[in-house]
Design a binder for this molecule. Structure first.
Ligand SMILES: *[C@@H]1O[C@H](CO)[C@@H](O)[C@H](O)[C@H]1NC(C)=O
Ligand SMILES: *[C@@H]1O[C@H](CO)[C@@H](O)[C@H](O)[C@H]1NC(C)=O
Length: 494
């Protein structure tokens, strides 16, 4: 779950927020083709190229996409030959098998299906009508476009993106075929071109006649030449070359794909958050870059983020503006390490300390309340150990979110339950704001709110799945509590 939430938090801050009311449905002909389990294979099987959106009726981003997708479908229906956009309601019970075949995990997910569905690729293009049209047109054409003139070169090579161009003396032979196969495989991710004239290309030795594969990128060394033509080996080189030494996160959507790549990597993730308008920014960038280069082939990936674009991340990690500039590393197991108010010259030594296991993990926590006298006790990450694990009490613990409606409905019920145990020192009813506090890893599974757990006095932990009524809770607690008769300091208070 974590990875999705992160990406959403990062990306949402600039791309997906903003609740535009969506256009009212018109009664006229729909250009987007509706498919379901009964006719999906038939329809897809008849087409060499088709784009399918998997959506859910309740999903906000799907509603936003719908009018744009429809507009694009109308334009593309005029193409020669017509190109079809289709949609599947993946929330519909009968279509769920179909959705799982395509490994749909979020909405909307758009797939490109080629050759009757035998080749499936993720749609990685824009989500407004014009962008959809041009991306889809490109995807439906040849995987690699021939570059014959400087106009062609301008059309194929966008300097803000990754582009891969094969230089060949002639467009035939095994190496050219392998290049074309690579283009077919990776075309949804990058734009491909081929030319016999390296002088048309924006960078690199213009006297080469090939065969050579030149990759252009908007960061680091700006271009790389490969002379590898084994498809798998070349794909691997491309994959490595397209990960920036330092991923930049700001409001520029061109950086977007790299941010997603960063979060999908299995590495530990180092993130430096700085104000990009600060005087020190260039010093930060160059020092950080040096460190990143030093660890390039290790298991840490590096990102630098502009504080202004990073509210989502700050909330997620429980960071505060007065800690900026800060560096935070999150390991794969979820542990986090924080260096607030870092100076450019201290980055290298701190990352080394982290590598050497000398930095203590950091926990997101609200402050421990000074007064905690309400019937339902407030637990925070810093007091979790003492109040829940080591208290020797039977604890019913609610993980809640401040914005969650079901949690608000539950609150008066928990108050009543707590009141009824007020004179029972062996039982505690407690709550923790799971959005503002880190939860101990591995022990509690909190996927939604509210989530309730019961920990008996002797330490047995189980999710509460009973009825959420006063009687239900009391009954459960009485049945599952440990009679802490012989143990615990609470005894004499009875
Ligand atoms: C597929 O079936 C659904 C449900 O019966 C229908 O609404 C849709 O128009 C059909 N699509 C095609 C292309 O036949
Ligand atoms: C072309 O690709 C195939 C399969 O990946 C590989 O076996 C072959 O050696 C490649 N040819 C060249 C010239 O690299």
């Amino acid at each position: 779950m974590a990875i999705r939430v992160w990406i959403a938090l990062f990306i949402c801050t600039f791309a997906l927020l903003g609740l535009t009311p969506h256009a009212s449905e018109s009664e006229s002909k729909e250009f987007v083709v509706t498919l379901d389990h009964s006719n999906f294979s038939d329809f897809v099987g008849q087409h060499k190229f088709i784009v399918v959106e998997f959506y859910a009726p309740w999903c906000g981003h799907c509603k936003k996409l719908a009018p744009e997708f429809e507009k694009a479908a109308q334009v593309l229906s005029q193409n020669d030959p017509p190109i079809f956009l289709a949609k599947v309601d993946a929330n519909e019970e009968a279509n769920k098998v179909l959705a799982s075949e395509f490994e749909i995990r979020g909405f909307p997910t758009i797939k490109i299906l080629r050759y009757g569905g035998s080749v499936v690729q993720d749609y990685k293009g824009p989500r407004e009508a014009d962008g959809i049209v041009s991306y889809v047109k490109k995807q439906s054409g040849p995987a690699s476009a021939e570059i014959k003139s400087s106009e062609d070169a301008d059309a194929v090579i966008d300097v803000n993106k990754i582009n891969i161009v094969g230089v060949f003396p002639e467009f035939s032979g095994e190496k050219f075929e392998n290049f074309t196969a690579l283009a077919e495989r990776l075309r949804a991710d990058y734009d491909f071109g081929h030319t016999s004239d390296a002088k048309l290309l924006p960078r690199g030795d213009s006297s080469v006649s090939g065969p050579v594969v030149r990759l252009f990128k908007p960061f680091d060394e700006l271009f790389i030449d490969f002379q590898e033509f084994d498809v798998d080996a070349l794909a691997k080189l491309v994959e490595e070359a397209t990960i920036p030494t330092v991923t930049v996160f700001n409001k520029d959507p061109n950086n977007h794909p790299f941010v997603i790549k960063f979060f999908n990597s299995p590495n530990a993730k180092a993130m430096l958050f700085v104000n990009f308008n600060s005087d020190l920014i260039d010093t930060f960038k160059s020092k950080y870059h040096e460190v990143a280069k030093q660890y390039k082939s290790s298991d840490i990936s590096f990102l630098i983020g502009d504080v202004e674009a990073s509210q989502g991340a700050f909330q997620y990690f429980g960071l505060k503006e007065d800690q900026v500039p800060l560096i935070i590393i999150q390991k794969n197991d979820g542990e986090k390490y924080l260096k607030p108010n870092v100076e450019p010259d201290h980055i290298a030594s701190w990352v080394k300390e982290f590598k050497d296991g000398k930095v203590k993990p950091f926990k997101k926590s609200e402050p421990t309340p000074e007064v905690n006298s309400e019937p339902v006790k407030v637990v925070v990450a810093d007091s979790f150990q003492d109040m829940v694990f080591n208290s020797g009490k039977n604890v019913l613990l609610e993980f809640y979110a401040p914005w969650c409606g079901h949690c608000k409905q539950l609150a008066p019920i928990l108050d009543e339950v707590a009141a009824s145990f007020e004179n029972d020192a062996d039982v505690m009813i407690a709550k923790i704001d799971a959005t503002a506090n880190d939860i101990p890893q591995g022990t509690f599974e909190v996927q939604g709110y509210p989530t309730l757990y019961f920990k008996s006095a002797s330490g047995k932990i189980s999710p509460y799945q009973g009825e959420r009524t006063k009687e239900g809770f009391i009954d459960y607690i009485q049945k599952n509590r440990d009679k802490a008769a012989e143990q615990g300091p609470g005894k004499d208070e009875l």
